[in-house]
Design a binder for this molecule. Structure first.
Ligand code: SF4
Length: 385
C-alpha cells in the first residue's frame, strides 16, 4: 500500500439542515437519510476536537496550509454570532500551526449587507449555488414551502457585488448541469450575472440511481457550453470544470476529486464530528459515508484504514479494468467516484457518465489542438493537418 497523502481540504458541516429543499440534493433527497440523526449544528466540543485533529494532522504530515470549507446544509443557518465564534475558534486554534483558508458554499438566500460585512471581516470566501434562469432554477431549488428561490439568490449575488469589499470574497457561482436549459441560454445567463467564475457539476447519480435523462446527452450539452466559453475568448471568465480538463490534457498534475484520477486529500467532518469521505457518496446508498471514525476519538489518520478513503487516496490505480485500459484515463480519471457506484460491483465501474466524458474530453482536445500552430503540433507528435 503506497503512503497515504495528507488531508489538506476539510469540508466541515457546521450545520446539517438547510433552508431549501432542492429536489436533487444528495444530502436530503437521494439515497441517504442519515442527516435525520445528525445534530443540527456543530457544538464547541466537536469544534475544539476538530481544531486539535487538523493541527495534529498538519504537523505530523508537514502540511503548510489547509482549506476549511464551511458546508451544510446551509452554513449561514448557523447565525452571525455563532459563525463568527466558530471561525475565530478554528483560526485561533490553528494559528502558528498551519495556514488556514476559509470558504463556504451557500445558496445565497440569507445573504444581506450585515452577513457580507462579517464574511469580509473574517475573510471567508463565498461560492453561490444557482442553476440558471428563473424557470429552471425554480424547478428544483425550492424552499420548504415549495416556493422558488431564484429572486432571493440573485438578490444575494447582487448584495455581494454591490458591497465595497464583496468582490474580494466572491468570484464564482456553481450550477448543476441541466440539459433542459439550452446551453446558449445558460451562457447568456452567466453573462447577465457578471460573475468571473462559473462552475458546472454533473447531477449526482450512478449505475444504481441513474441521473435524470434531460433533453440531450450531457456530453453534447457540455460541448456546446465549452464552445461558447472558448469562442468568447475572455481570459477573465473561468469555467473551473473546463479549466481543470485543459490543465489535465496538458499534463498539469492536478488533484481534484471529480476528474483526473489523481490522489485526493479531501475529507468531510459532520456536525457530530464523524470523519467521512466526500459527501456526494450519499447519492449511492443510505449510510454509505458512515465509516465509524470521529474527531472526538480519532486522528484523521484513522480514516486511511477505510476502503472508500483508500480508493480516493490512491487515485487511478484503483480504477476498474475498463478505465485502466482507456486512453483518456489520465484526464478523465473514471470521473467522480460516486458516479461509478453500482449495487453489484461497488465502485469498480466506469462513470455512469463515461460516454459523455469521453465525447467531451475528445472534443476539448480536438479544439485545443486545432488552435495550436503546426510547429507546436509537431513538437507534441500530433498530426499537423
Ligand atoms: S472515459 Fe469512461 S472508460 Fe475512460 S476513464 Fe473515463 S469513465 Fe473510464
Amino acid at each position: 500500500m503506497p503512503r497515504p497523502i495528507p488531508f489538506t481540504t476539510f469540508v466541515v458541516k457546521v450545520v446539517s439542515r438547510c433552508n431549501l429543499n432542492c429536489s436533487y440534493c444528495y444530502m436530503y433527497n437521494l439515497a441517504d437519510r442519515t442527516y435525520r440523526d445528525q445534530p443540527s449544528s456543530m457544538d464547541n466540543a466537536v469544534t475544539a476536537a476538530l481544531v486539535r485533529r487538523i493541527g495534529g494532522h498538519a504537523g505530523r504530515h508537514g502540511v503548510p496550509s489547509v482549506q476549511v470549507i464551511l458546508h451544510g446544509g446551509e452554513p449561514l443557518l448557523l447565525g452571525k454570532k455563532r459563525l463568527r465564534a466558530w471561525v475565530e475558534q478554528v483560526r485561533a486554534g490553528l494559528a502558528g500551526q498551519v495556514d488556514t483558508l476559509f470558504s463556504m458554499q451557500s445558496n445565497g438566500v440569507l445573504l444581506d449587507a450585515e452577513w457580507i460585512d462579517l464574511l469580509t471581516e473574517l475573510d471567508v470566501a463565498v461560492g453561490i449555488s444557482i442553476d440558471g434562469p428563473q424557470r429552471f432554477h425554480d424547478r428544483f431549488r425550492l424552499d420548504h414551502k415549495g416556493h422558488g428561490t431564484f429572486d432571493d439568490t440573485v438578490r444575494g449575488i447582487r448584495e455581494l457585488q454591490q458591497h465595497p469589499l464583496g468582490r474580494r470574497i466572491f468570484s464564482s457561482v456553481l450550477a448543476v448541469a441541466n440539459t433542459d436549459i439550452p446551453p446558449r441560454e445558460l451562457f447568456d445567463f452567466w453573462q447577465f450575472l457578471d460573475v468571473p467564475g462559473f462552475d458546472l457539476c454533473l447531477p449526482h447519480g450512478n449505475h444504481a440511481n441513474p441521473p435524470p435523462p434531460g433533453a440531450m446527452p450531457y456530453g453534447d450539452w457540455m460541448i456546446e457550453f465549452f464552445d461558447l466559453w472558448l469562442d468568447q475568448n475572455r481570459p477573465d471568465r473561468h469555467v473551473r470544470y473546463f479549466d481543470n480538463m485543459l490543465r489535465l490534457l496538458f499534463g498539469y498534475p492536478l488533484s481534484t476529486d471529480n476528474i483526473g484520477g489523481k490522489p485526493v486529500g479531501v475529507v468531510v467532518v459532520e456536525t457530530d464530528g464523524s470523519i467521512e469521505p466526500t459527501d456526494a457518496f450519499k447519492c449511492c446508498a443510505d449510510g454509505i459515508t458512515k465509516l465509524g471514525a470521529n474527531v472526538l476519538r480519532h486522528e484523521f489518520d484513522a480514516a486511511y484504514a477505510y476502503p472508500m478513503i483508500q480508493t480516493l487516496q490512491r487515485g487511478a490505480p484503483m480504477l476498474c479494468a475498463t478505465c485502466q485500459a482507456c486512453e483518456l484515463r489520465d484526464v478523465c480519471g473514471g470521473g467522480y467516484m460516486p458516479h461509478r457506484y453500482s449495487t453489484e460491483r461497488g465502485f469498480d465501474n466506469p462513470s455512469v457518465y463515461c460516454a459523455d466524458l469521453e465525447k467531451l474530453i475528445r472534443h476539448i482536445r480536438r479544439r485545443t489542438l486545432a488552435a495550436l500552430g503546426p510547429e507546436v503540433l509537431q513538437t507534441l507528435g500530433e498530426p499537423t493537418h
